[in-house]
Ligand binder design. Structure first.
Ligand SMILES: [Zn+2]
Length: 387
């Protein structure tokens, strides 16, 4: 069934909320209460939404809350990072029913990376005894470059850290292969952007139209939402924060440039910096030394926070976001990195932009990417006609 534009609009808002009244819908959409009544009736009949409990509005009258029907669809999310791939199956409410992960290097010996991913998805669905034919849509988020038609993975730059021969992970025609195999639409996008979807739909940015999300683990990815739209750019490269030049004298990056931010502020690079710093605790890892208040460990984190903060203060001046959300294991293990990033942004970005800027952690942290892949499937499947 094809939904009308007004139905999609209402469905989108219901999906953003965990229970919303018809009155509230009318207020948000600007549609009359009579129109909302007709639209919600049609959405209920077609099982897109369900009626929930009656909540008192404080004036004695009780209102019925509407939510999206959790059992309407099945979505598969594929989150391809620089060193691992995660898979998850969810229902329409984005409750993850099953999940698994495997190192990306498992595919090294496979001649076709597309068929390697397909085989792992089939294996996953067999193991959880879920029929492949019942998938409604597949969403793929990748820490890499995607072509402008969102069909092909052009490269995964930071995969070279975990894959000796990373050229094999270029020009993957993955959308076509998976859509032929599973007979459902397959959507592909860059991982930072899918993480932005997570913050927008099931995180702290529900009411925000201008925000930035940055996740740093083995690489650095970013999603930039400006005026309610995710930035893509002419060649779909927009938001490639990990590969902006942060140190012109820095080492060669796997992307071909020198001194990329990703060569300074990822977890492995921090550990490398610490081991090169001539510290007196060579038997300690960075995280162990940090926990013992080792000065060199703290200094490594402070200089990484400064590099991060300088990069982000440029982003703040360019996009003037309401919030920046930071995620990844570095911020779990080294709280001073977050604080130094905040301090540097406040120091360097324009004061009119920072006066109400909020710096926060991402809502779903390590799960941000897999939820993003699921949300890409769900939102593109349901709302693509609205773009
Ligand atoms: Zn680079």
């Amino acid at each position: 069934m094809k939904l009308a534009e007004s139905e999609l609009k209402v469905l989108k808002i219901i999906s953003l909320h965990n229970g919303i009244s018809r009155k509230e819908l009318s207020k948000i959409t600007g549609l009359s209460q009579a129109a909302i009544t007709i639209i919600s009736k049609s959405l209920i009949q077609n099982e897109y939404i369900i009626e929930g409990e009656r909540i008192s509005n404080g004036l004695g009258r009780k209102e019925v809350m509407l939510s999206s029907n959790p059992h309407k669809f099945f979505f598969l999310g594929i989150d391809i990072g620089g060193y691992r791939v995660r898979l998850a199956l969810s229902d329409n409410s984005l409750s993850v029913l099953h999940t698994t992960e495997f190192p990306i290097s498992d595919g090294n010996t496979e001649p076709s990376k597309e068929s390697f991913i397909r085989a792992r998805v089939l294996q996953f669905l067999t193991e959880i005894e879920h029929p492949a034919s019942s998938l409604d849509a597949i969403g793929i988020g990748v820490t890499g470059i995607v072509d402008s038609k969102n069909r092909t993975i052009l490269s995964i730059p930071n995969a070279a850290l975990s894959i000796p021969n990373a050229d094999n992970w270029e020009n993957l025609d993955i959308v076509q292969m998976l859509s032929e195999e599973f007979g459902c639409p397959v959507f592909l996008d860059e991982g930072g952007r899918t993480m932005a979807l997570t913050e927008k739909f099931i995180g702290k940015a529900k009411e925000e139209d201008d925000f930035i999300i940055v996740h740093s683990a083995f690489g650095v990815v970013a999603g930039i939402m400006t005026n309610g739209q995710i930035l893509k750019g002419a060649q779909n490269i927009g938001g490639l924060l990990g590969h902006i030049t942060a140190d012109p004298n820095g080492p060669r990056c796997t992307c071909g440039n020198y001194g990329c931010l990703e060569n300074i502020v990822t977890y492995p690079m921090l550990e490398r910096e610490f081991s090169l710093s001539g510290n007196g605790h060579r038997n300690l890892s960075l995280v162990e030394a940090y926990r013992q208040n080792d000065k060199q460990a703290i200094d490594v984190c402070i200089s990484a926070g400064q590099a991060f903060g300088i990069a982000l203060s440029n982003v703040v001046n360019l996009f003037n976001p309401v919030s920046i959300y930071l995620g990844g294991p570095m911020f779990d293990d080294f709280p001073i990195l977050f604080e130094e990033t905040r301090r540097t942004i406040t120091l360097r970005a324009n004061r009119f932009a920072t006066v109400s800027l909020r710096l926060d952690r991402t809502t779903h942290n390590h799960e941000q990417g897999i939820y993003g892949a699921l949300l890409l499937a769900k939102t593109q499947y349901l709302f693509s006609t609205m773009d």
